[in-house]
Design a protein around this ligand. Structure first.
Ligand SMILES: [Zn+2]
Length: 160
């Protein structure tokens, strides 16, 4: 038997420890929670994507009375980037939330579906996408690559 260890690092920051560009991206994600259509969960998620050309695109979760049709903020933002800035690389993504009670303090991470989706974009551009994750508290997690959140993943390499 052989054990394979997988290690990754999450960097934890307070907002003021990040540079202006990073802080701005997180603020845009926070602002994007206002674009959420979430009458069922009342869990508003905002995502801001920084592109290599300096542009920022936004996304917010879009719920549907038929629950499986719901779209995550990350997926909406990625589709927004692909539709409006096709083939421009993604540098980083900030994801945050807003709830009615304001007590979801810890950073919230992308769901499994979104991790798979972000992986596809990362592989397409052959460059890591940094993720900034924030809840309603002060703590911010930074992850260098979606592969850290999705080890042993399924990718296009399996289909070649
Ligand atoms: Zn998701």
């Amino acid at each position: 038997m052989k054990k394979i260890d997988h290690h990754f690092t999450i960097e934890e920051y307070q907002l003021q420890e990040l540079n202006q560009e990073e802080q701005s991206l997180i603020q845009k994600a926070k602002d994007a929670t206002a674009l959420s259509h979430s009458p069922y969960s009342r869990f508003r998620v905002g995502c801001a994507i920084l592109l290599e050309n300096g542009e920022t695109v936004l996304g917010a979760n879009q719920e549907n009375a038929a629950y499986p049709v719901c779209l995550c903020a990350e997926g909406v933002a990625l589709a927004n980037a692909a539709a409006n800035f096709n083939k421009v690389s993604i540098v980083s993504m900030a994801i945050t939330i807003a709830t009615e009670h304001g007590k979801m303090l810890d950073p919230v991470a992308p769901c499994g579906l979104c991790r798979q989706s972000i992986l596809e974009y990362e592989n397409r551009q052959n460059k890591n996408i940094s993720l900034y994750l924030k809840g309603e508290g002060e703590k911010i997690y930074k992850v260098q690559s979606i592969k850290d959140l999705l080890p042993l993943n399924f990718s296009d390499k399996a289909l070649l």
